[in-house]
Design a protein around this ligand. Structure first.
Ligand SMILES: O=P(O)(O)OC[C@H]1O[C@](O)(COP(=O)(O)O)[C@@H](O)[C@@H]1O
Ligand SMILES: [Mg+2]
Ligand SMILES: [Mg+2]
Length: 339
């Protein structure tokens, strides 16, 4: 038997094939989610190619506009948003869209309308664009009843109602991490083939980590549980080695490392930002979904992150996510010291 050829047949899995395999587990499925995911993947490939060329093509610069968060938009933010709105709308499978870059929700015209709602951050970590550090796209998917014209209320629901979530990281390689509700799998883009290949099957986050990830520049404004956690990470009381600090400042990259190596990523509340910085719908929920599916936990300082019910589409929340034991420690500290 030709073992090499056999290994190739069984081990080489493209993202397209993987999504079709997932679909086949649901005999009633009509392939709508598969088509939608294909369009998201197309958007990711497009943005990846733009990110790779950005420095060369003088694409980077100010677009002369500000987004709904009051931040200056880079051209790449604008371009990524346009790419995803087009990719999602033209899939013919979406209904209501919420993007970080658009103040209002987008309602897909009736002739293109499908049953999925998508929330997304088209370009996450935008302060890192100019220095070539990893950035990404984050998305979460909800399903409506068939034939229904969605409203914003269909998205103001607990994160537990998402049916799929993922992110694509534009870094030293382009990596897409996806969960359609069971396990979490990572795919790396082979740029010459133009295919995402399964490189990280069944991602499981280590139960306990040795890394903590937080913007320590905000430390003077933190609440007591966050301060205590970081103090213990640096000066362990049990004589163990201190944990390492890693903070990239792109949520996608910081969460990706946390998923693979373990540890905790946090963007806590502080005196200046009592709701933290990260947005519930298209940052906190999709990442919490992936971390939970990989065996970790996600906590807001008050509750399980996915049980939060947002009141506004651009709402923010504090977040602590990562290895099960590390998040458990944070939960204990909130019990002990309160917020
Ligand atoms: O610079 P800070 O305050 O540490 O914030 C970093 C966080 O802000 C973000 O860049 C916000 O995302 P956007 O770039 O999509 O606005 C996250 O990716 C990151 O975790
Ligand atoms: Mg973001
Ligand atoms: Mg963004």
């Amino acid at each position: 038997m030709d073992h090499a050829a056999d290994a190739l047949r069984t081990d080489l899995m493209t993202l397209t094939r993987h999504v079709l395999n997932e679909q086949s587990k649901h005999p009633e499925a009509r392939g709508d989610l598969t088509i939608l995911l294909n369009h998201i993947v197309l958007g990711c490939k497009f943005v990846c190619s733009a990110v790779n060329k950005a420095g060369l093509a003088h694409l980077i610069g100010l677009a002369g506009e500000t987004n709904v968060q009051g931040e200056e938009q880079k051209k790449l933010d604008v371009l990524s948003n346009q790419v995803f709105v087009k990719a999602l709308t033209s899939s013919g499978r979406t209904n209501v869209l919420v993007s970080e870059e658009d103040e209002e929700a987008i309602f897909v015209p009736e002739k293109l309308r499908g049953r999925y709602c998508v929330v997304f951050d088209p370009l996450d970590g935008s302060s890192n664009i100019d220095c070539g550090v990893s950035i990404g796209t984050i998305f979460g998917i909800y399903m409506l009843e068939a034939g229904k014209a969605g409203t914003v209320d269909d998205l103001l629901k607990a994160g537990t109602s998402m049916v799929a979530a993922g992110y694509c990281m534009y870094g030293s390689s382009c990596t897409l991490v996806l969960s359609t509700g069971e396990d979490v799998n990572g795919f790396t883009l082979d740029p010459s083939l133009g295919e995402f290949i399964l490189t990280h099957p069944h991602i499981r986050i280590p139960e306990k980590g040795k890394i903590y990830s937080v913007n320590e520049g905000n430390a003077k404004n933190w609440d007591e549980p966050t301060t205590k956690f970081v103090e213990k990470a640096k000066f362990p009381e049990d004589g163990s080695s201190p944990r390492s600090l890693r903070y990239i400042g792109s949520m996608v990259a910081d969460v990706h490392r946390t998923l693979l190596y373990g540890g905790i990523f946090m963007y806590p509340a502080d005196k200046k930002s009592p709701n933290g910085k990260l947005r519930v719908l298209y940052e906190v929920f999709p990442m919490s979904f992936l971390v939970e599916k990989a065996g970790g936990q996600a906590f807001t300082g008050k509750q399980r992150a996915l049980e939060l019910v947002p009141k506004k589409i651009h709402e923010r929340s504090p977040i602590f996510l990562g290895s099960y034991d590390d998040v458990e420690e944070v939960k204990e500290l909130y019990k002990q010291y309160g917020a």
